[in-house]
Design a protein around this ligand. Structure first.
Ligand code: HAM
Length: 418
């Protein structure tokens, strides 16, 4: 019988990689703390309706990519494909509008999308998500974009490009939509099949199509910027000026429309030059009507999400530091098999003193225990009959190759200081 493998598009993050994740998520936490965002833990599954109404029925995410099933109670449940809709649901359900506004929330965890897997694109992936809910001010958009840039700065990333656009609002978008449809009408027959379907339902997404013919057709398409209402224009100008004032280098791209329907005004992505085709390390924007779409009152919001797999891949490609890989300080070696219980006791004492320690459980010879020590630890503590009789331990510095005989107390104080 073949062994059962993990489902396509999922991956195991093992010990040689997970410490890098711990480093990255630790930095995420630091940045969130410094920017005043509070961590929340939300359900991994929600009512399907939340995403249909929140993310939008005509998006690829809702149409093709959701893991939806009926639970044993006959409810339609979906594994969350993203966090923004859940964040807004939680804000409403927990009456966060009664507290200080904006409510600034962050979370990190797995998302699920039935996409075609490739490098940097998985069916289960981890997002850091931050959301500021309840404020209309363009400076909140500025804070959110600045948060993402500061995160990547602290992680040591370079070769990134911030791409910015405004997708308008329900007042001005229909005007732009019409202008775009009029422009595309004459070459409708040449559009790819997917975009033919998008023409009526979601024509803005045609601007995002990767097919060469659609790209060529939309090359001179009218720009959304020229159709923004005064309010959206002013919001964009304020954000753009703010970004200039903080020295952010931003490329305005009128083709950036994003794959989720809830965006209004600001839309942005940060792209990595080291990722290949799945090059967005983060994406986000403003979504002032999402709350109403899921049955709540008007709650403006803005946020972003960053794929941790893509962040780690980019950091690896750029040779960024992940800090120090956790390693055992001490490997305790039994010179004779009879002293194993004493070894176990020493390992326990070291651990209780917050000195990481390990030992052999495979009955190996002293020589191979020393080899393990060399592979896994900075120091070897060697105990045999002789050491026990003298009440001392031999401490070997495996890097220097030096050794000394010490009492347990002096070993603890020496290693604790390091
Ligand atoms: P999104 O652009 O769909 O936006 O995803 C955000 C980020 O998640 C992407 O830039 C990418 O880094 C990562 N990502 C997305 N799909 C995958 C995948 N299949 N495999 C690996 N990584 C992936 C959102 O999800 C919005 N909720 C962001 C947002 C928050 N907008 C406002 N607030």
């Amino acid at each position: 019988m073949d062994i059962i493998r993990a489902p396509r598009g999922t991956r195991d993050i093992l010990g040689d990689e997970s410490w890098k994740w711990a480093y990255v998520t630790g930095i995420c936490r630091n940045v969130a703390d410094d920017y005043g965002y509070k961590e929340v833990h939300l359900p991994i599954f929600e009512h399907t309706e939340l995403f249909c109404r929140g993310v939008g029925e005509t998006t690829d995410v809702v149409e093709k990519e959701m893991y939806t099933f009926e639970d044993k109670g006959g409810r339609s449940i979906t594994l969350r494909p993203e966090l923004t809709a859940s964040m807004v649901r939680s804000y409403l359900e927990n009456e966060m509008y009664k507290g200080t506004q904006p409510a600034k929330l962050w979370s990190i965890g797995p998302m699920f999308r039935y996409e075609r897997p490739q490098k940097g694109r998985y069916r289960q992936f981890v997002q850091l998500d931050i959301e500021a809910l309840g404020a209309q001010d363009a400076y909140v958009d500025l804070e959110v974009i600045d948060f993402s840039m500061e995160l990547y700065r602290r992680l040591g990333l370079s070769n990134l490009q911030v791409v910015l656009n405004s997708v308008g609002c329900p007042k001005c978008r229909p005007v732009y939509r019409k202008a775009l449809q009029d422009f595309l009408k004459t070459r409708f027959d040449e559009l790819c099949d997917t975009c033919k379907g998008r023409y009526d339902r979601n024509p803005l997404r045609i601007l995002d199509c990767k097919s060469p013919i659609c790209k060529e057709i939309t090359e001179n398409a009218p720009a959304v910027m020229e159709h923004l209402c005064d309010e959206c224009k002013e919001h964009f100008e304020q954000l753009k000026n703010g970004l200039d004032r903080i020295g952010a280098v931003v490329k305005i791209d009128n083709r950036l429309v994003r794959g989720l329907d809830y965006y209004t005004k600001t839309a942005y992505e940060i792209l990595s030059g080291d990722l290949g085709s799945q090059n967005a390390v983060c994406g986000g924007g403003r979504y002032d009507n999402l709350s109403e779409a899921i049955g709540g009152p008007h709650v403006p919001g803005v946020g972003f999400a960053s794929g941790i797999e893509r962040v780690v891949l980019t950091m690896e490609a750029q040779g960024c530091s992940f800090g120090k890989e956790p390693a055992n300080k001490v490997y305790v070696v039994a010179a004779e098999p009879e002293v194993r219980m004493e070894i176990m006791n020493l390992v326990r004492t070291l651990r209780q003193n917050r000195i990481s320690a390990d030992m052999d459980y495979m009955g190996r010879s002293m020589k191979s225990q020393m080899k393990s020590a060399g592979n896994f630890a900075e120091y070897a503590c060697i105990i045999g009959r002789e050491e026990l009789d003298k009440n001392i331990i031999t401490l070997k510095d495996l890097k220097e190759g030096t050794q000394e005989e010490l009492t347990l107390e002096s070993i603890i104080s020496k290693l604790k200081l390091q």
